[in-house]
Design a protein around this ligand. Structure first.
Ligand code: HEC
Ligand SMILES: [Cu+2]
Length: 487
């Protein structure tokens, strides 16, 4: 990325030099590409934000501006499929989050608010940002607070944004992603219809179609074993009455992103050929494409003219995902038939979702047996505990157990930790939610349940108790087993 950008800049300078040289000797004029970093701002405006499948007005030929973006994070229950709900974490109340439309050279002033009713801290990493963490390092925000940071859009293209708070995969899997478009100078070519579509994979405790409020399943997510693969956050977001529409003769542009967290999309529209594809959302345009590959954390811009009426089915052509996991949408085109282009008796409903009823989860006969070393010395326990801490607890409680204000309580010199070892064991086993006070400060957030063996819990807590001014309790495996059985 850096390398490429340097090349572009270098090219710019070479082009500029060449132009100057030429213009001294002849009247020949060449278009010099401006360095986006030097594009001046002309006024301020508030960004229009839209929920999918809609996009804001094109930028057209407006000058670069200071663009104010206000986005609020909402954790809210929503429908996954008929009879099944899910607790979505959203940027702006929709999955994918609000579409942001900018032009190259804009200076975006981004304010991220975390609704006071939310349970968790969040942040935002925008792939359109040139800067540390794509903004994530400047936008970590606890419930009830907001954070502002600013960036200049240097590279035109279609970019994914997502939450990058630990556990990162969980935040993305719960719906925390969206698209930001950076249009080139003068805007993209005009089309008749534009839509916003984003694929995502979801992991639930119950299988596809299991009723009721379904919790996130971390194990399935790590295994990349998705229960739902959908467009725009749920099954049926683009089917039936929710289908996107166009009229015969119109040009249609789709901004297609993939939030993942795991799966690459083989994006295809049944019965259409993409006239143009901005490969990976960048400048490269491929023409006459049947299926385009959209990586997790990537995007593509596709456009095509619709020539005949009918229902055109949008799918991930990894086809079980379309018919059995939800990645199926519809574009309904109305207008006059053109028998030269297509004729035949038409039967509706050929491509219908089939649901997930035939799925079975494989048993795992090779599940690893944990070899228990009951004779570890204290030093050995602390060593393996430290290793586990770095893998599991570090992301939230930080390197030296200092925690993060308003979000993750400290483990260093924690009065709460030192007061009650069985309570601490219970927290690691079961997770923790609800208000607690640690060293005089209140926390009301969520600690995820840690899937660790009794020995691992003993080791990690022994490490924590032995570090950072804590009371050096040596936690044993049998103590952990007691807490497990006592509850
Ligand atoms: C996803 C973030 C996250 C991870 C990972 C995590 N914790 Fe926590 N932890 C929290 C939060 C948030 C709380 C406070 C929960 C509340 O507000 O009710 C907490 C509370 C605690 C507490 C009690 C409060 C205190 O500061 O003494 C202990 C002890 C603790 N965690 C230990 C651990 C250990 C050990 C690990 C690793 C095995 C771990 N945590 C992993 C987020 C996390
Ligand atoms: Cu988040």
């Amino acid at each position: 990325m850096k390398f490429l950008k340097m090349n572009v800049k270098l090219l710019g300078i070479v082009a500029l030099a060449a132009t100057l040289f030429v213009s001294c000797n002849s009247e020949k004029k060449e278009i010099v590409k401006k360095d986006p970093a030097t594009i001046a701002l002309n006024g301020t405006m508030n960004a229009e934000l839209t929920a999918p499948p809609f996009v804001p007005e094109p930028v057209g030929d407006r000058p670069a501006k200071k663009l104010i973006v206000d986005m609020e994070i909402l954790e809210q229950e929503g429908i996954m499929t008929d009879g099944t709900t899910y607790m979505y974490w959203t940027f702006g109340g929709s999955v994918p989050g609000s579409f942001i439309r900018t032009r190259v050279g804009d200076q975006v002033e981004f304010t991220l608010s975390n609704h006071p009713d939310n349970k968790l801290p969040h942040n935002i990493d925008l792939h359109a940002v040139t800067g540390p963490g794509g903004g994530a390092t400047s936008s970590f925000v606890a419930p009830g607070h907001s954070k502002t940071f600013s960036f200049k859009t240097l590279n035109p293209g279609l970019y994914v944004y997502h939450c990058a708070t630990a556990p990162v995969g969980m935040h993305i899997a719960n719906g925390m992603y969206g698209l930001i478009l950076v249009e080139p100078e003068g805007g993209l070519p005009k089309v008749d219809k534009e839509y916003y579509i984003m694929q995502g994979d979801f992991y639930t405790k119950g299988e596809n179609g299991a009723p009721g409020l379904q919790a996130f399943d971390m194990k399935k997510a790590v295994d990349e074993d998705a229960d739902y693969v959908v467009f725009n956050g749920k099954v049926g977001s683009l089917t039936g009455d929710n289908a996107i529409t166009a009229n015969v003769g119109e040009t249609v542009r789709l901004y297609v992103g993939n939030g993942g967290p795991n799966l690459t999309s083989s994006f295809h529209v049944i019965g259409e050929i993409f006239d143009n594809v901005h490969v990976e959302g960048g400048d490269l345009i491929n023409t006459n494409v049947q299926t385009t590959s959209i990586p997790a954390g990537g995007a593509a811009i596709v456009d095509f003219k619709v020539d005949v009426p009918g229902t055109f089915i949008l799918v991930d052509h990894a086809i079980f995902r379309a018919f059995n996991k939800g990645a199926l949408g519809m574009l309904k085109v109305s207008g006059e038939e053109n028998k030269t282009l297509y004729s035949g008796v038409k039967q509706e409903g050929i491509y219908n979702p089939e649901g997930g009823t035939l799925q079975e989860m494989p048993d795992d006969p090779n599940a690893k047996k944990v070899v228990v070393n009951t004779n570890k010395t204290l030093a050995e326990k602390i060593k393996s505990g430290k290793d586990l801490y770095t893998k599991t607890c570090f992301a939230c409680h930080q390197a030296n157990g200092e925690g993060i204000a308003n979000a993750f309580p400290p483990l260093a010199k924690s009065d709460y930790l030192n007061a009650d070892v069985n309570r601490a064991i219970g927290i690691v086993i079961n997770g923790k939610t609800g208000e607690i006070t640690v060293n005089g400060a209140k926390y009301n957030s969520v600690m995820t349940k840690q899937t660790l063996t009794s020995e691992e819990i003993a080791d990690v807590l022994t490490y924590v108790y032995s570090s950072w001014g804590n009371n050096k309790t040596n936690v044993t495996t049998s103590q952990v087993d007691q807490v497990k059985s006592g509850h």
